[in-house]
Write a protein that binds this ligand. Structure first.
Ligand code: NAG
Ligand code: NAG
Ligand code: NAG
Ligand code: NAG
Ligand code: NAG
Length: 602
């Protein structure tokens, strides 16, 4: 088969408009780390990232992954679709991994491929997805890359025992070389090749393993431990300890389900966990050096001012917060709020932007910055608000405040002290749907688990998520928001979650419009108006039938919701002939259609 068919595709795809202004199109370098936190301050220990990206670009401090696990999150990132739409929900078949990405047709529809078709030179180095192995790397090849060096399992997480396929060729195994240094070397080669073809802009992704834990023989018979830094960084950060915030190994348990049942960590485990995080920070130093190298090359070539550099990670990480052993996969802020820094043309240096955004938004953002049409793509996200001056080429919708969060399956404790099955403690029934709302004057995390335990945190007053407002043991009669009591607020949040948990495209981008097609209710604050009390009281509630390891619709309870203006306030929450209650099937119910139905009702 012909690899690297980028130019052929380019020639035949008729991207004539793009061709005429190729030289003006920006380049992209996307640095994607693995499991990096923001809440233990890892970015503070990366001087090159600080100097070249954060001080010269914007920090998006309310950026979230939508699913806190590597493979599903990366698929979300590269397709712009939520996991309940890609149905790549875990790291291995049948629920996820590279084979599931292929099986569900995404090798024909992902960001790099579209970028390549529009004339970009595309490169990828490092970890792509879980389940991409020395056995299946060519069945089929990953599409969309002019050049590539994909790390392959079972070597991906070994740091000093790396296997990768260069441009789809037979895997190379390197024992003794440090994986991030090899990646840095390969990236310089990519860049030199890209510079030699100045007629094509480039889109490069560099995806090092750090600071992911070390794993041998993944996925079977795995032994695991903290990451392994390069020898030159082993002595660093001796004095670092994880910030002792309110949620650090708290006296009272927090959250619900298996998290609420965790024992408090003892001094031995706390010391191990602090060292675990030191090793993560040390492993990030080679990444930091690589970022410095990349920036210097871009400067030397005089292309830095026409290049967007994006720095992020697939999902966050917790260590000792909420009594948790090292790991991810939770809906808690430590796991879903991730580093996101963007430097590039038009982005204000040293700025912080706090409009919420998520990994669903990256593909549409990059496509639009590249001057590509996004109207024909099935994106669940929208272009991010980058603070760019108003421009025909880049259009971000107005401020939105919601992020959809979801997870299926088990959670894993990645520590010798979480030992149980095969070296890792597995916490089953970690299936939940959540939503994060972030506005100027209110912020919440609301979640419903597969056993119907519910969590609600007031993120303005309880950023450490220590006080679940829905805890049965909690009598909280004081809570009010814009004149609504707790129940009134939860009714709105639950309806929003009902929309988001099975949304598609427009209904993900603008979920309030699915509930209020007149377009006048655009935020939680608007929805809290007392004129909607009956409407929200009568809404079907998010409720699971069972805990499933994957996206099995029948276990996920109701998906129908009432639409305001059609059947509000009549107390009939179920209209079985289907004229009043809609199954959300991806098409935003048009105002005209609703009007038609209203007229029909009359
Ligand atoms: C691996 O390490 C050896 C010895 O330091 C070095 O000569 C070689 O260039 C490295 N290979 C790669 C691909 O980085
Ligand atoms: C490298 O990884 C492979 C696959 O997991 C394993 O079989 C081999 O023993 C490892 N070699 C070294 C030197 O660690
Ligand atoms: C601390 O907790 C770990 C994990 O439960 C246990 O293995 C260890 O024995 C405990 N150490 C002490 C000193 O109690
Ligand atoms: C997990 O959920 C399943 C199905 O809902 C249930 O049968 C099982 O008891 C739960 N297990 C635990 C450990 O909670
Ligand atoms: C998602 O994939 C799983 C595993 O193949 C399958 O059982 C499930 O029905 C799929 N879910 C949907 C909604 O298609």
């Amino acid at each position: 088969m012909i690899l690297n068919s980028g130019r052929v595709v380019f020639a035949t795809s008729g991207a004539i408009i793009s061709l005429t202004c190729v030289s003006g199109r920006p380049n992209f370098v996307f640095v994607l780390t693995d499991d990096q936190d923001v809440h233990m301050n890892s970015l503070d220990y990366m001087p090159e990232v600080q100097e070249h990206l954060i001080a010269k670009g914007a920090m998006f401090d309310k950026h979230f992954c939508t699913v806190a696990l590597c493979c599903p999150s990366r698929v979300n990132l590269w397709t712009g679709q939520l996991s309940h739409n890609t149905n790549v929900t875990n790291v291995q078949p049948p629920w996820g991994g590279y084979p599931k990405f292929i099986q569900n047709g995404y090798n024909e529809k992902h960001l790099a491929l579209w970028m390549q078709q529009s004339g970009y030179n595309t490169f990828y180095g490092g970890k792509l997805f879980n389940g991409y192995t020395i056995h299946n790397y060519d069945s089929p090849h990953m599409s969309g890359y002019t050049e590539s060096a994909f790390f392959l399992e079972p070597y991906t997480y070994q740091y000093f025992n790396l296997s990768y396929t260069r441009n789809g060729r037979e895997p190379i195994n390197l024992v003794g070389n440090y994986s991030t240094d090899v990646l840095s070397q390969l990236t310089q080669e990519f860049l030199d090749r890209a510079f030699s073809e100045p007629e094509s802009p480039f889109f490069i992704t560099v995806a090092p393993i750090a600071p992911h834990g070390w794993l041998n023989q993944w996925p079977r018979g795995a032994r695991s431990g903290p990451p392994r830094p390069a020898p030159r960084h082993r002595h660093l950060f001796q004095d670092y300890i994880i910030p002792r915030r309110e949620n650090f190994n708290p006296e009272q348990p927090s959250s619900v389900n298996w998290i609420a049942n965790l024992d408090r960590l003892n001094e031995t485990v706390i010391a191990y966990n602090d060292e675990y995080q030191r090793l993560r920070l040390r492993s990030l130093m080679a990444v930091d050096e690589m970022v410095g190298e990349i920036v210097r090359r871009l400067e030397d070539q005089g292309v830095i001012d026409n290049t967007y550099i994006i720095f992020s990670t697939d999902n966050g990480f917790h260590i000792s917060q909420h009594r948790l052993h090292p790991g991810k996969m939770c809906g808690l802020e430590t796991d879903i709020n991730v580093p996101m820094v963007i430097r590039g043309p038009g982005i204000e240096a040293g700025s912080t932007r706090s409009n919420p955004s998520s990994h669903s938004d990256l593909a549409p953002t990059i496509m639009q910055l590249a001057g590509n049409d996004i109207s024909d793509k099935a994106f669940d996200g929208s272009p991010m608000d980058l603070g760019l001056p108003d421009d025909d080429n880049y259009r971000a919708p107005g401020r939105s405040e919601h992020v959809a969060v979801e997870f299926w399956g088990s959670a894993i404790g990645e520590s010798i002290y979480a030992k149980k099955f095969g070296g890792n403690r597995v916490y089953p029934n970690n299936t939940y749907k959540g939503l994060r709302i972030e506005a100027d004057d209110y912020a919440f995390y609301y979640s419903v688990w597969c056993n119907n335990a519910k969590e609600l945190y007031d993120m303005k007053n309880d950023p450490g998520q220590m006080r679940n407002l829905l805890s049965p043991s909690r009598v909280d009669s004081d809570f009010t928001l814009f004149g609504q009591n707790l129940k009134g607020v939860v009714d709105r949040l639950d309806s929003l979650l009902m929309v988001l948990k099975s949304c598609k495209e427009e209904t993900c981008q603008d979920p309030w419009r699915a509930l209020h097609p007149d377009g006048e209710t655009r935020s939680l604050r608007d929805a809290l108006s007392s004129k909607f009390n009956t409407f929200y009281t009568d809404q079907p509630k998010v409720e699971f039938e069972a805990c499933a390891p994957g996206h099995i619709l029948e276990t996920e309870g109701p998906t129908k919701f009432n639409v305001f203006g059609v059947d509000e306030g009549d107390g009939n929450e179920s209209d079985e002939d289907g004229t009043g209650v809609y199954r959300l099937d991806g098409i935003l119910i048009s105002v005209a259609f609703v009007t038609f139905l209203v007229l029909n009702h009359l």
